[in-house]
Design a protein around this ligand. Structure first.
Ligand SMILES: Cc1cc2nc3c(=O)[nH]c(=O)nc-3n(C[C@H](O)[C@H](O)[C@H](O)COP(=O)(O)OP(=O)(O)OC[C@H]3O[C@@H](n4cnc5c(N)ncnc54)[C@H](O)[C@@H]3O)c2cc1C
Length: 428
């Protein structure tokens, strides 16, 4: 396998897939390595965790994505180390591979900010494995509470950004509609969802109008907000806050931030904020030849020099742009500086309720129109026709009939939530 590829891409998320597609279309020989055999659509992970949608709607086998790309080889392998200076990667089974150009697109990992207990006890939400583990944990918790006459459920979501808001909103609506309908109104009355953040408001990247809208909707569906006070410890039975008070929770969901993972730390590249690589304007890593870093593991600046947020749209556009610069490298052309097209951002708060701030002018939408825009945008962005159809049916089912798409718990209910996720998605 060594030396037969012009480009090695590590990571098949938004950035890696966009780069591989662009290069594959031009006939460049690409090796695309990911530890999973599927591409996962992270913006809908919270829907998997809250049983609104099945895994098969958001995870698409990579060999299916690239079936028509003759020059793109997909390799399912965990990369254990990257030597940026050598443009070499070594997989967990000991194979070392090199290429003319290396693209590092391995995303990020949860940042627990050294909060005691968080890494051991909290549930992160950054992968299909995380989402199914959380979904299984929540379903088991409900079943356990249902077996006791006074059983109750408390869930704490840490982090009031889009992931935390979407997760807390969906959980509270599940209590309101699904638990009431499928378990009992009495159990629903004993289920509580808490949202905690050290900043005073949710969705700080949005306008105050959107923040107020989201806050009011979360309260309306029963989310208990604990804003302006940080979490100092995660315990088996909840969290301790900086003011000394406690919030009870059998499950603590961590949506509190991201950082670059160990692979980046050991790559030999200089790390910047969040452990990410401060890439040059053409998306290459400084001080080495032929290495691009894109997506959540990079600090990418816009044309004004301001760092862009860790978003799917940034990752996707940067992956595509890196590919065009790689083509320039291979053909003796000139690289161009990355220009980000800012389409704005949106967050789902619940059924019929979302906030959206569209385009550079930040056209604001709240409520049903934002909700419908959110559904349409996410449907369009999902990879694969089958996945889109599955998502659409799950949404119709869930938002109209309040019926959960996925309530199956694998294994005996007394067992602890599994460490591993589901078996890999099969190629369909
Ligand atoms: C819950 C959630 C909701 C979000 N919602 C939105 C949203 O609504 N809108 C939006 O724009 N953005 C959203 N984001 C952010 C967006 O999903 C990320 O910015 C985007 O996925 C980053 O893309 P990426 O390609 O850099 O990394 P990823 O998509 O994380 O992909 C990284 C890939 O690298 C692979 N990998 C990692 N380490 C290794 C290794 N050692 N060996 C082999 N493979 C490896 C992983 O398996 C993964 O497939 C959300 C993120 C989360 C977690």
């Amino acid at each position: 396998m060594e030396d037969s590829y012009q480009v090695i891409i590590v990571g098949a998320g938004f950035a890696g897939v966009a780069a591989a597609k662009e290069l594959g279309r031009k006939g460049v020989r690409v090796l695309l390595i990911d530890s999973n055999n599927y591409h996962q659509f992270q913006p809908l992970l919270y829907q998997v965790a809250t049983s609104q949608i099945g895994v098969s709607a958001i995870a698409r086998p990579l060999r299916s994505v690239f079936r028509r790309f003759k020059t793109v080889k997909v390799l399912t392998a965990k990369v254990d180390s990257v030597n940026a200076g050598e443009r070499a990667v070594t997989t967990a089974d000991g194979q070392t591979m090199r290429a003319e150009i290396l693209v590092i697109a391995v995303g990020a990992v949860p940042n627990f900010f050294n909060t005691p207990g968080a890494e051991e006890l909290a549930f992160p939400l950054y992968s299909v494995t995380d989402a199914t583990r959380l979904g299984t944990g929540l379903t088991r918790l409900l079943d356990q509470a249902d077996r006791k006459p006074d059983g109750s459920v408390d869930v704490v979501v840490v982090g009031g950004g889009p992931t935390g808001v979407e997760t807390a909103g969906a959980m509270a609506e599940n209590v309101k509609y699904v638990v009431r309908k499928y378990f009992s109104p009495e159990l629903a009355a004993r289920c509580r969802v808490h949202l905690v953040d050290m900043v005073p408001s949710v969705l700080t990247m949005f306008s105050s109008k959107s923040q107020n809208y989201a806050t009011e909707h979360l309260k309306k569906v029963g989310v208990q907000l604990h804003m302006g006070v940080g979490v100092t410890e995660v315990r088996e039975d909840g969290v301790t806050l900086a003011d000394g008070s406690s919030v009870p929770g059998q499950i603590v969901v961590w949506a509190g931030g991201l950082k670059a993972g160990d692979l980046i730390a050991g790559s030999g590249l200089t790390q910047g904020r969040g452990g990410r690589i401060d890439v040059d304007t053409d998306l290459t890593a400084p001080d080495v030849e032929g290495v691009y870093v894109v997506g959540d593991c990079a600090n990418i600046a816009d044309s004004t020099g301001a760092k862009l947020p860790q978003l799917g749209s940034v990752a996707q556009q940067a992956g595509k742009w890196a590919a065009s610069n790689i083509l320039a490298d291979l053909q003796g052309g000139t690289r161009t500086p990355f220009r980000y097209v800012d389409k704005g951002y949106m967050a789902m708060v619940g059924r019929g309720a979302a906030v959206a701030e569209l385009g550079r002018k930040r056209i604001q939408l709240q409520g049903v129109f934002a909700f419908l825009s959110w559904l349409l945008v996410h449907l369009a962005l999902l990879s694969g026709l089958q996945q889109k159809i599955r998502a659409l049916f799950s949404w119709l089912n869930g938002y109209i009939l309040h019926s959960p798409a996925q309530v199956v718990v694998s294994g005996p209910i007394e067992k602890e939530p599994p460490e591993q996720g589901p078996p890999p998605a099969s190629v369909t």
